[in-house]
Design a protein around this ligand. Structure first.
Ligand code: ZN
Length: 243
């Protein structure tokens, strides 16, 4: 299986009806985080051709975008960065606005203040539209409900419902793959070891505070550290930059 190859983008303005869907190609949502990097490695084991897409949604820390570019390059997977800057204008969360990342949950919705409402729904819809234009029916996302931060758009039932909506709304047999859905962080680390891809995580970014070396104290850093501790290996990111 080739590690990478370019997927031909449709010519400008060309209409590409999905008459011949290609089940051997996939679009992978690559945020630059640990889970999406793991999904990229998982996808390389299963699909002949991949295309990574990274959504630039006005996240406060552009370092995450840089991580996604580096990971795609090192994995040898073609990548597109898709602009989607509406979330900052919508406001009200710590990942796109100026609020500090807080521990615990908000009183009003009982969710962490890192929750960006609608984010995964929009990202996966964009990925499906991108895939449709190229006759690709497989989408891979790193959402996970096991160690998740309480985000309702990471749950399996949300993904099943969204997949159904996309199939109806695009009349296209799209499948949303969620390989990490029921895995703990430690299990995803072990998956990367099994694939011989652990080093890819040295270039991933997790810290909610955008810190390099990682701050080690935000909820995302703590969850990541716990996963590596339970897997019994040193985080290659920490080995690379300290922390
Ligand atoms: Zn942190």
């Amino acid at each position: 299986m080739p590690k990478s190859s370019s997927l031909a983008a449709p010519a400008e303005g060309a209409k590409v009806p999905p008459m011949h869907p290609n089940p051997y190609a996939a679009v992978v949502l690559l945020s630059g985080g640990q889970d999406s990097a793991t999904c990229l490695a998982w996808s390389q084991k299963r699909f002949q051709r991949l295309h990574a897409i990274t959504i630039d949604y006005g996240q406060r820390h552009h370092i995450e975008l840089g991580a996604a570019v580096e990971i795609a390059k090192r994995a040898g997977v073609p990548q597109s960065v898709i602009p989607c800057d509406s979330f900052r204008a919508l406001g009200g969360n710590s990942l796109t606005g100026s609020e500090a990342v807080l521990g615990g949950v908000r009183d009003d919705n009982h969710l962490p203040n890192t929750f960006v409402p609608g984010r995964n729904l929009v990202f996966i819809t964009l990925a499906a539209a991108f895939a449709y234009q190229r006759g690709i029916t497989e989408i891979v996302t790193g959402v996970c409900q096991t160690d998740y931060s309480g985000y309702p758009d990471c749950r399996a039932d949300t993904m099943v419902a969204l997949q159904e909506s996309l199939r109806k709304g695009m009349e296209f047999p799209v499948t949303v793959h969620t390989p990490l859905m029921h895995l703990s962080k430690a299990e995803t680390v072990k998956m990367m070891i099994e694939y011989g891809k652990l080093d890819l995580l040295a270039w991933s970014h997790t810290c909610y505070n955008g810190a390099v070396p990682p701050c080690g104290t935000c909820p995302a850093c703590e969850l990541r550290a716990k996963g590596f501790r339970e897997a019994g290996v040193i985080d290659p990111l920490v080995a690379r930059v300290g922390g």
